[in-house]
Ligand binder design. Structure first.
Ligand SMILES: C[S@@+](CC[C@H](N)C(=O)[O-])C[C@H]1O[C@@H](n2cnc3c(N)ncnc32)[C@H](O)[C@@H]1O
Length: 281
């Protein structure tokens, strides 16, 4: 199996800094999520009434889904109470308080009963689950006939820097990504086979490139992502690289908040699959 159980401590501070990254990601990539949902809508057999966001985090997906499918009731599932608090506030603030329900649940203990699901969404979350096959099987059981599931993962970690940034040894970002990967960060398989085994038929798998303008939001995003990455890299890269990273996430002239050579690139892999109808199982 290629998935990993997330071994970083599951505590409040950890959730808070991840929540910050997720919120900035939502703000920056909103046009991408909108276009992705348009494509998903084009694959649906009917307007979804019941939508579930699995590992909803701060609600990037939930909010976009609520906007795109105005007749849907939505359930946002997560094991983190802190994430769900944040999600509920955002939902209310955006006028979706009555359509979005949060459910605090650990999927490792099983998918809670939420009623027949027309559309399930699992963004950057499936690889965190200990037994994703079990979760997908439970999901297949919970789907309305012909319902659709969308899984997304981050193809690579977002990239912000050219190879040579004028400080430290060139290739810093690539080395950091490699070190994080070897510690199990963001490891996931091609979910197509898992989806099929669980009782879905694949509709589409695609890889999307994400780019964003360098503005205040994307600078804060770069800062949050690199700070987050920095916390996991002690003893994984050289002291020189850690030093350089510290300067990048500091507030001096080398900081990603100020530097002129910043770029923002990311990518997502997306799987769209359909629940096989009862009579065809
Ligand atoms: C990287 S975040 C992605 C959040 C959101 N889907 C997004 O795209 O912004 C992963 C989320 O999955 C949740 N999660 C991880 N393992 C879980 C589990 N076993 N049960 C429920 N939620 C889980 C985490 O709490 C976190 O909010």
């Amino acid at each position: 199996m290629h998935h990993h159980a997330h071994h970083a401590p599951h505590d409040h501070a950890h959730d808070e800094s991840m929540a910050e990254v997720l919120d900035l990601d939502a703000a920056m990539n909103r046009p991408y999520f909108e276009s992705l949902l348009d494509r998903v809508a084009g694959q649906l057999e009917r307007e979804p009434r019941s939508v579930v966001d699995i590992g909803a985090g701060t609600g990037t997906g939930t909010l976009a889904l609520a906007r795109r499918f105005p007749h849907a009731q939505l359930v946002a599932l997560d094991r983190s109470a802190g994430m769900l608090d944040r999600l509920r506030k955002t939902a209310e603030h955006n006028g979706f308080g009555d359509r979005i329900r949060t459910v605090e649940a650990d999927l490792d203990a099983g998918l809670p009963t939420v009623g027949a699901i027309d559309l399930a969404w699992a963004a950057l979350s499936l690889h965190h689950i200990e037994d994703p096959d079990a979760t997908l099987r439970q999901l297949a059981e919970a789907m309305a006939p012909g319902g659709t599931v969308v899984v997304t993962e981050m193809e690579s970690q977002p990239r912000f820097l050219p190879d040579d940034i004028g400080i430290g040894t060139p290739g810093l970002e690539a080395r950091c990504h490699e070190a994080a990967a070897s510690r199990g960060w963001n490891r996931w398989p091609d979910w197509s086979d898992n989806l099929r085994r669980a009782g879905f038929e694949m509709v589409e798998m695609r890889r999307d490139e994400l780019g964003a303008d360098v503005d205040d939001t994307s600078r804060r995003y770069a800062h949050a992502v690199l700070s987050w990455m920095r916390t996991g890299l002690d003893n994984a890269v050289s002291d020189e690289d850690l030093d350089t990273l510290d300067r990048l996430v500091g507030d001096g002239p080398d900081s990603v908040l100020h530097r002129a050579d910043l770029v923002v690139r990311g990518s997502r892999t997306v799987w769209i699959a359909r629940a096989i109808k009862e009579e065809n199982r």
